[in-house]
Design a protein around this ligand. Structure first.
Ligand code: 3HC
Length: 283
């Protein structure tokens, strides 16, 4: 199946990044936000990130114009998905919100279209079961910043068909990304491996082993990570890290995933990282 029209539900950090890469690779994309103001803000962010690519000579000015022309904004999901071959949901990590989005999309999208979710922690199988087409539901997990990171984690729910996985794999390659197929277990592979490292770094801060800068230097200089785990936690959002650790903890019932009490306290205090201006660092 060729993907000729895409709809992305949600224009936040991940949603606008996903729109950016589809549009830049010549695939028309409908961007859905709750209000026109939010949709305009998402396009503004895409514009800014495209300009950054023009300045770095990764694309030229004409490609930037064409990319923006490939994006149409909507505030109505039903309208936006009616001709979409692939719908990607990128709304907040809340099962009830996602379930509602999937209900609208399931009702309005063409019978054979693929319903993907960019969730980082919610079970694909559980979301799929709320639709009339579980075999067409799949995880398409992108990484922030989407225009830069090469991975798409393709998550196969219990009923996801081989054809759907194959189409999503091919689509990710068209975006110059590397798809990696994984099964639907808590945290998939990416966050099951990443979050315990971040949590352990937070435990080191909590126990006074070293301060955040030094912990990050250990991982940057000793392990060649582009960002240390605490800087990365701020970048991802401490609330998102806590949510994912809770999913791992509850999903496996294993105390090794227990979130650090310091992480819980920071989230309670509203210190969520880059987005609130304070986390392990001041931004
Ligand atoms: N759009 C387009 N280009 C961008 C961009 C964006 N939003 N953000 C950065 N870039 C480009 C820059 O222009 C630059 O291009 P160049 O290589 O041609 O110079 C390049 O990316 C590097 O950016 P900078 O020079 O501004 O800054 P850094 O060298 O510090 O890199 C970084 C920034 C790419 C964010 C790097 O620090 C990094 O890779 N960090 C790790 C990010 C990571 O681990 N992401 C995954 C998070 S987990 C996740 O998303 C999953 C979820 O489920 C939690």
């Amino acid at each position: 199946m060729d993907i000729k029209q895409v709809a992305v539900i949600g224009g936040g950090t991940m949603g606008n990044g996903i729109c950016h890469v589809f549009a830049m690779n010549g695939i028309p994309v409908n961007l859905v936000e709750m209000e026109q103001e939010l949709a305009d803000k998402a396009v503004e962010t895409i514009d800014k990130n495209l300009e950054r690519m023009v300045n770095k000579e990764k694309i030229d000015a004409e490609q930037k114009v064409q990319t923006l022309e490939n994006i149409t904004t909507f505030t109505n999901t039903i309208e936006a998905v009616k001709d979409a071959d692939l719908v990607i949901e990128a709304v907040p990590e809340n099962f009830e919100i996602k379930k509602q989005v999937f209900a609208d999309v399931d009702k309005a999208a063409p019978e054979d279209s693929i319903l993907a979710t960019n969730t980082s922690s919610i079970s694909i199988t559980k979301l799929a079961a709320t639709t009339s087409r579980p075999e067409q539901v799949v995880g398409m997990h992108f990484f922030n910043p989407v225009p830069v990171m090469k991975l798409v984690e393709v998550v196969r729910g219990l009923d996801t068909s081989d054809d759907v996985v194959e189409t999503v794999d091919e689509t990710a390659r068209l975006l110059n990304k590397n798809p990696v197929e994984v099964a639907d277990y808590p945290g998939f592979v990416s966050n099951r491996v990443l979050m315990p490292m971040i949590n352990e770094a937070i435990c080191c801060v909590h126990e006074g082993v070293a301060d955040p800068e030094d912990i990050d230097d250990v991982m940057k200089l000793g392990m060649a990570h582009p960002m240390g785990p605490l800087r990365l936690a701020d970048f991802i959002g401490l609330d998102v890290c806590l949510d994912i650790l809770n999913v791992l903890h509850e999903g496996f019932k294993d105390p090794k995933y227990r979130p650090s009490p310091l992480l819980v306290k920071m989230v309670d205090a509203g210190k969520l990282g880059d987005k609130t201006g304070e986390g392990f660092y001041e931004h």
